[in-house]
Design a protein around this ligand. Structure first.
Ligand SMILES: C[S@@+](CC[C@H](N)C(=O)[O-])C[C@H]1O[C@@H](n2cnc3c(N)ncnc32)[C@H](O)[C@@H]1O
Length: 227
């Protein structure tokens, strides 16, 4: 029996390394085409505390133009205070279709637009928003640096760039918990090894605060000032 185990381990060692799933815009679109019809039911509650913290922070800010990057099904749209004017964008037409239905059904008059676009190439002029927010998006996008640059570019100096996501921990129970959720996360295109330092240190972004969210602190709200 020990021989069998040793043989198995040996054959595993000799196996070529498993290729990492390629995350690009078409594969993100394909993944969210499958998720769109059930997204709110599956991820509505689990991510609620994170979204609520980001929107509560934004609703305390003076009325302004808000860009919601990766707006998805528009699940957060009804929560913005009336004074804010919201532009949502997402790369998935299937998620946006549900967001558009929501805007019509709930008569959300403060939503100016829902645009299909890649966050790495935003179709907006420089410094057009007072606030940019990405909820559960930055750990999903194929490439982080171009998205960070675009969010910086379209946000006005003095404005806020807000993120909420699960960032992977290097140790402790959150690391274990994160690893247990890996299969579900992977199906969302979520990079499970995404640490918070990957959004730190960008020029023209001053870190304002990082706050753990929810009783378990599994998600983090991260706020920057665009300088
Ligand atoms: C986990 S969902 C989060 C949706 C929503 N923000 C929420 O709070 O539930 C991630 C969203 O990011 C979008 N996304 C992924 N990559 C993107 C990209 N490069 N540009 C724009 N949206 C992207 C997906 O289509 C999806 O709607």
């Amino acid at each position: 029996m020990l021989d069998d185990v040793a043989k198995k381990l040996k054959s595993r060692q000799n196996r070529p390394p498993r290729r990492k799933a390629r995350v690009d815009v078409p594969s993100v679109r394909r993944a969210y085409a499958r998720w769109a019809p059930v997204y709110d039911r599956v991820f509505g509650t689990g991510f609620r505390a994170g979204r609520a913290a980001a929107i509560a922070y934004i609703n305390e800010l003076p009325p302004g133009r808000v860009l919601e990057c990766g707006v998805g099904t528009g699940i957060s749209l009804p929560a913005y205070r009336d004074g804010h004017r919201i532009t949502g964008m997402d790369v998935s037409p299937d998620m946006l279709e549900i967001a558009r239905e929501r805007v019509a059904r709930d008569r959300l008059a403060n939503v100016d637009a829902l645009d299909e676009a890649d966050a790495a190439a935003l179709p907006y002029a420089d410094e057009s928003f007072d606030i940019s927010v990405a909820m559960f998006v930055i750990t999903v996008v194929p490439e982080v640096a171009p998205v960070m640059s675009e969010l910086i570019r379209v946000t006005k100096p003095g404005g806020r760039v807000v993120f909420v996501s699960h960032f992977s921990d290097q140790r402790g129970w959150r690391k274990t918990f994160g690893e247990a959720l890996a299969p579900l996360s992977a199906s969302l295109g979520w990079h499970t090894d995404f640490t918070i330092d990957r959004i730190m240190g960008y020029p023209r972004l001053r870190h304002v605060e990082t706050r753990r969210i929810g009783p378990l602190g599994f998600f983090s709200l991260v706020v920057f000032e665009r300088v």
